[in-house]
Design a protein around this ligand. Structure first.
Ligand SMILES: Nc1ncnc2c1ncn2[C@@H]1O[C@H](COP(=O)(O)OP(=O)(O)OP(=O)(O)O)[C@@H](O)[C@H]1O
Length: 244
């Protein structure tokens, strides 16, 4: 079971209040997005959920335990979480295990089967600059996955990719999520990305930011290849755009 509850979060930097009374929840195996314009406070909220920074008020509850201000419960991938250029893809992938003092041999044994799941077979001994952008992103996600937490927190993980690569990686992430059953909280400023990937979308807007809308994406066409071309997709997109 994985249940995250964010309760009544407030955060200011000096006299500038960024977040006001934010409450959201993420349940087991859900992909939930927080969608908002640039500068609204998404990363600030993300850092609080990841335990990297403290809220002024409110709590982060994981499986009924108050973990506010503590990191280590979730795997997380930051916006510009780049692979280290001087390490191979395997070298990058095993980094979280090495940091936790696992032996290199053991870390490689654990990582090796995951290369297939992430469509990265054959890249183990390559360096990041030898891979395409999409593959590098999958490698960064693989590293996040190997941090071995059930919950993935992703801050704009796909924003640097081109449109076509993005579409492929969305499909791939949805399949992966069904295969390995992770729970995901995703930060994004892309409406299409939120509608394509999410079970639920929270809209963060205003100054200070509050959750102004929660939308359940529950279309029978959701997992089909051309969901983006359906009336349902457009309906969700309109609903979001009119409330941003
Ligand atoms: N450590 C800090 N000290 C002071 N102000 C900060 C700090 N971190 C963020 N801010 C301010 O908080 C506001 C929200 O920033 P944040 O990075 O959370 O937005 P965002 O929605 O993630 O934007 P983007 O999509 O551009 O990354 C901005 O006005 C930013 O300048």
């Amino acid at each position: 079971m994985d249940q995250i509850e964010i309760k009544n979060i407030k955060k200011s930097f000096g006299s500038h209040q960024i977040l006001n009374d934010i409450s959201i929840h993420v349940d087991s195996h859900e992909i939930v997005s927080i969608l908002g314009v640039s500068g609204v406070g998404k990363t600030t909220l993300f850092n609080i959920v990841a335990g990297i920074s403290n809220p002024d008020q409110g709590q982060v509850i994981y499986n009924q335990q108050d973990i506010t201000g503590q990191s280590g419960f979730f795997s997380y991938m930051l916006q510009k979480d780049l692979l280290l250029p001087y390490r191979t893809i395997m070298g990058n992938a095993i980094l979280p295990s090495i940091i936790k003092n696992t032996s290199k041999k053991e870390a490689i044994q654990k990582a090796a089967p995951a290369f297939k799941i992430f469509g990265l077979e054959g890249t183990e001994n390559k360096y990041p600059n030898q891979l395409s952008g999409g593959m590098r992103q999958r490698a960064a996600l693989l590293r996040t996955y190997l941090a071995s937490k059930n919950v993935n927190l992703l801050d704009e993980p796909f924003s640097a990719l081109d449109e076509l690569t993005k579409r492929n990686i969305y499909k791939w992430y949805l399949d992966l999520n069904q295969k390995i059953g992770t729970t995901t909280l995703l930060i994004t400023h892309s409406v299409d990305e939120a509608v394509t990937l999410s079970d639920r979308v929270y809209i963060l807007s205003g100054q200070p930011a509050t959750i102004t809308k929660e939308l359940v994406i529950d279309s029978p066409q959701k997992r089909t290849d051309d969901f983006e071309l359906t009336e349902d997709f457009l309906k969700y997109k309109k609903e979001i755009l009119t409330s941003l």
